[in-house]
Design a protein around this ligand. Structure first.
Ligand code: BGC
Length: 268
């Protein structure tokens, strides 16, 4: 049993149909929020998450939108407001990788990652913030007028060769998050990031799905296990709650110590 509740709050999780997004959607619903599952892939897949939430007694709804397209984002928010009236929690989660050696990276690989991972977070956060400001704090629901949780990565601080587009997008998310937090705090809007390390999902399957790969990966994780989506989901739900009411403008890393420079443990 949680010591907090998100009862009566409306949450949107972008990319909520799979991976970390799905883990977050399930935990928000468990805490009592009504959850909109944004997806860009097949509706049937998103519907599985919706069904899982409903079977557990929660409430959810799936909406298709490409977060990098302004008109689709606006239409998604309009549909969400029609369905649930407002928004209290935005989880800016949708993201992808298009890996390549730097000198071979195409402009398309660069643009795809920046537009989903960074521009997508900007577009969704802007729509959510407008609604938070219009509506303000609702007595008895939350101390804040709204919460924005940006899914970043350890790669907002750890450089990542072979993935410069991804690392640049997450470095960008860090300053987007901090600058939004600074500007929006007086209006009672909290903006925070989660910086996951290696969480077992399809995005990094090659890094953990064979014993050899896992052994190599664990040399980067002092706590000696990869994360699971539930780890991140629980953190997101707590960050969205009033228990975390005084947290804004910072990244909480959840990475089993990946950001501790483990190579220096017996070296240097
Ligand atoms: C990436 C994963 C990677 C992890 C740790 C994440 O942001 O999406 O592919 O395993 O960082 O390096």
């Amino acid at each position: 049993m949680n010591s907090y509740s998100l009862q009566g709050q409306i949450a949107l999780v972008t990319g909520g149909d799979s991976g970390i997004g799905k883990g977050v959607a399930l935990e928000l619903a468990k805490a009592g929020a009504k959850v909109v599952i944004n997806h860009v892939d097949a509706h049937e897949v998103a519907q599985l998450t919706v069904d899982e939430i409903k079977t557990a007694g929660g409430e959810a709804y799936a909406i298709h939108a490409d977060v990098s397209k302004e008109d689709e984002v606006k239409a998604m928010f309009a549909e969400m407001f029609q369905q649930y009236g407002t928004i209290d929690i935005l989880v800016n989660n949708a993201g992808l990788q298009r890996d390549s050696k730097f000198v071979d990276m195409t402009l398309e690989q660069w643009n795809t990652v920046i537009s989903i991972n960074l521009t997508g977070q900007f577009l969704c956060a802007r729509e959510a913030a407008k609604e938070f400001i219009r509506r303000g704090v609702v007595e008895g629901r939350s101390k804040a007028a709204g919460k924005i949780i940006c899914m970043s990565s350890v790669h907002e601080v750890i450089p990542w060769g072979g993935h410069v587009n991804y690392a640049a997008s997450k470095g960008g998310v860090m300053m987007l998050m901090k600058s939004m937090a600074q500007e929006l705090a007086p209006q009672k809007i909290r903006v925070v990031s989660i910086g996951p390390g290696a969480i077992e999902t399809h995005i990094n399957q090659a890094a953990w799905s064979t014993p050899e790969a896992l052994q190599k990966l664990l040399t980067l994780i002092p706590y000696n296990r990869p994360g699971v989506t539930e780890d991140i989901g629980k953190l997101a739900a707590w960050l969205a709650s009033d228990e975390a009411d005084y947290i804004t403008g910072t990244t909480i890393f959840m990475d089993g110590g990946m950001t501790l420079y483990p190579g220096f443990a017996d070296n240097g």
